[in-house]
Ligand binder design. Structure first.
Ligand code: ZN
Length: 216
């Protein structure tokens, strides 16, 4: 939703409702963890009023544990916190689950995948940043394919039930390669909202998936 037109939010939410997308992906930025501020609870509540699909909330904020209940209250289904923002990650993951949400962990491009090994069986999703977080429309980092394959291998070896979500720079060129590397969920912002026909763009991306994978 970071790439939506906020002056026409209702129209863009309705487009997602009617499209083949599975989830709403909301990027919350605090101007501290990342060098940008996106939107907060008033905007999320406005989206919630109209949205008919699950909320996948990606917190790019420091001390995300302070807002777990608040994000549950605005209809969050999947809540992801950044590995780099959590001193007590295990505690935060379980607090998210206890609040009744699925728990995700997001990784910045420079953060190695192997750091997730001790908690991979406890989380529902890994949100792998494939651009530097903070702004929409950035260039895809090629190293992501290798990280994605490495993470897939770790998940299979641990027999974990964890989805791999790729966030940033997803388009018709990167998406097939990401799916080949083991991605389950693709976040597309600029590629969808910047296209001439967003509904059709979502449909084209969605058809790259098998029946068991998701697009948000
Ligand atoms: Zn995101």
């Amino acid at each position: 939703m970071l790439s939506a037109d906020f002056a026409n939010l209702g129209r863009d939410v309705e487009m997602i409702n009617q499209s083949e997308a599975d989830w709403f992906h909301l990027d919350v930025m605090d101007g501290v963890f990342v060098p940008n501020i996106s939107f907060g609870f008033p905007v999320i509540k406005a989206i919630q009023k109209l949205a008919t699909k699950p909320f996948d909330v990606h917190l790019m904020i420091v001390q995300p544990e302070r807002y777990i209940d608040a994000f549950k209250a605005v209809g969050t289904d999947i809540l992801s916190v950044h590995y780099e923002a959590c001193t007590h990650l295990h505690r935060t993951i379980f607090a998210i689950k206890e609040a009744g949400m699925k728990a995700g962990v997001a990784l910045n491009p420079h953060t190695p995948v192997h750091l997730l090994k001790p908690i991979i069986a406890d989380i529902d999703l890994v949100c792998m940043m494939s651009v530097n977080p903070g702004f929409g429309g950035q260039k895809f980092i090629e190293h992501t394919y290798q990280k994605c394959a490495e993470l897939k291998d770790m998940i299979l070896k641990a027999n974990a039930n964890c989805l791999i979500e790729i966030d940033g720079g997803v388009n018709d060129l990167t998406a097939p390669l990401l799916l080949n590397a083991g991605a389950n969920v693709l976040v597309a912002g600029n590629y969808v909202f910047g296209s001439a026909d967003p509904t059709k763009t979502i449909s084209l991306l969605k058809h790259l998936f098998s029946n068991t994978t998701k697009l948000s």
